[in-house]
Write a protein that binds this ligand. Structure first.
Ligand code: SF4
Length: 449
């Protein structure tokens, strides 16, 4: 939001007619700033003023969508330079490069491997987003065969890469309904590309040899009516990439510079032949501030770290990840099974439940709602103290589920023992191990004994 409430107010009709649902034009202006009202709510806005306000109030970085349906990737509309200032909103896409130069059986194998990716962390499915199909063979038929194969055998969003503009748009025609990103659109091919971009309604991957060159291309494309762009400042290595990406983000957010107000793409796959350096560059560029990173590796041990890194950066620091408060029955527990308790901080739940599953010992895992606070933070705020846990036991009928009277609590919650002995009379409170990884050994040895 570039405008302040008072500035918007000056552009409103100032009749205080209340038809927008607010008592005054000023109240409406303030609500617009807060994002709670729409310009359409005022029927008396002059169309020219409305257009000016729309332009001024547009997000500093445009939201661009590549692909369609469930597998569409939306990037952009970021509001801050640093995650701790608020949060990052749209996680960057990870694209895997497939060249048409490869042997057919190798391409098949790579596609099969990518299709089989199935990672989960803290209950979230982690996945790559795009296939970047690259024309390098010099054989148009071969490239089109690759595009058809990726289109027909996978559901990923697509990036089409070709220095030959005719080949680029012939391939785009084959998969236009999946709204691929077509790359590169440059100063040189712009006039040929614009009619095709409009015809297919696909986003443009815009490349400039420098940021200055990029500004000139995006300005011309915008004037030609192209709205959806993803920017490549042509960085040759990781350091240059971070510098360029940071400059673009700063210009868009801090200066409101519209020609750079688009999400970006980076190509670690073309920066380093070494797989490890490529992966490090991809992680760094996702951190600052690429909207898409294209990597050449489809091996799990290169992709998984990137997926986890992205997951960590793009989780909302304002809201801890939580799971539902309830008693989780792991492996059909009975009246002799152990009872363990922890908080509903998602990481706590997944560590403890995975450790219990590892033992093959049926158990009750009590997850006490603490608004996502971990054990000690929840204890100090009164959400995981003796009284709260006693209430939980009552609510979920724990005394009726087992014949024993033993409760295993997290090893870090030593201070809870005395409280619980008072609030759960007749129960033996057992301090579990400090580390989740020691739970299987603890259960096998201590509980069995
Ligand atoms: Fe003001 Fe328009 Fe609301 Fe009427 S409808 S109070 S003119 S903002």
């Amino acid at each position: 939001m570039a405008l302040k409430g008072a500035e918007i107010m000056k552009m409103l009709p100032k009749t205080n007619c209340k038809e927008c649902g607010y008592a005054t034009c000023f109240a409406f202006a303030m609500k617009l700033v807060a994002g709670g009202a729409k310009l359409e709510d005022c029927p008396y806005l002059d169309p020219e003023v409305k257009a000016q306000l729309e332009a001024a109030m547009a997000p500093p970085i445009k939201l661009v969508t590549i692909g369609t349906g469930e597998n569409a990737l939306s990037i952009g509309e970021e509001e801050v330079m640093f995650r701790h200032e608020k949060t990052f909103f749209h996680e960057p896409g990870i694209a895997i490069l497939i060249s048409d130069k490869g042997v057919e059986s190798e391409i098949e194998e790579k596609l099969k491997r990518i299709n089989a990716f199935d990672f989960e962390r803290i209950g979230q499915k982690l996945s790559i987003n795009l296939l970047a199909l690259c024309f390098e063979s010099g054989d148009k038929d071969k490239f089109e065969a690759l595009v058809k194969k990726a289109y027909e055998t996978t559901e990923f969003a697509l990036i089409l890469i070709s220095e030959d503009t005719d080949v680029l748009f012939s391939a785009a025609a084959l998969c236009a309904d999946r709204k691929p990103l077509v790359y590169p659109i440059t100063n040189e091919n712009m006039s040929a590309a614009v009619p095709k971009l409009k015809e297919f309604g696909v986003p443009a991957g815009v490349r400039g040899a420098s940021i200055e060159a990029l500004v000139s291309v995006t300005s011309d494309l915008k004037d030609a009516g192209i709205e959806n762009m993803v920017l490549d400042p042509g960085s040759k290595n990781m350091v240059e990439g971070i510098q360029n990406q940071t400059l673009i983000r700063r210009a868009a957010l801090k200066k409101g510079f519209r020609p750079l107000g688009y999400p970006t793409i980076a190509f670690p796959c073309f920066m380093y032949p070494d797989k490890f350096k490529e992966t490090v560059a991809a992680a760094a560029l996702m951190t600052k501030y690429a909207g898409i990173v294209v990597v050449s590796q489809a091996d799990e041990h290169f992709i998984l770290p990137l997926l986890v890194h992205r997951f960590n950066i793009y989780s909302d620091p304002r809201r801890p990840m939580t799971v539902e408060e309830k008693v989780y029955e792991i492996g059909n527990p009975d009246e002799k099974s152990p009872i363990l308790i922890t908080t509903n901080y998602a990481l706590d739940y997944f560590i403890v439940s995975a450790a219990i599953e590892e033992t093959n010992m049926p158990a009750y895992l009590c997850i006490k709602g603490t608004e996502g606070l971990g054990v000690m933070a929840a204890w100090t705020s009164g959400k995981f103290n003796g009284e709260a846990i006693a209430e939980f036991f009552e609510k979920y009928g724990m005394p009726d589920k087992v014949k024993h009277r033993k409760l295993i609590i997290p090893g870090v919650a030593k201070k809870l023992v005395a409280e619980l002995e008072e609030d759960l009379p007749g129960w033996e409170i057992i301090l579990g191990p400090l580390e989740g990884s020691d739970i299987p050994k603890f259960l096998s040895e201590e509980w069995t004994a």
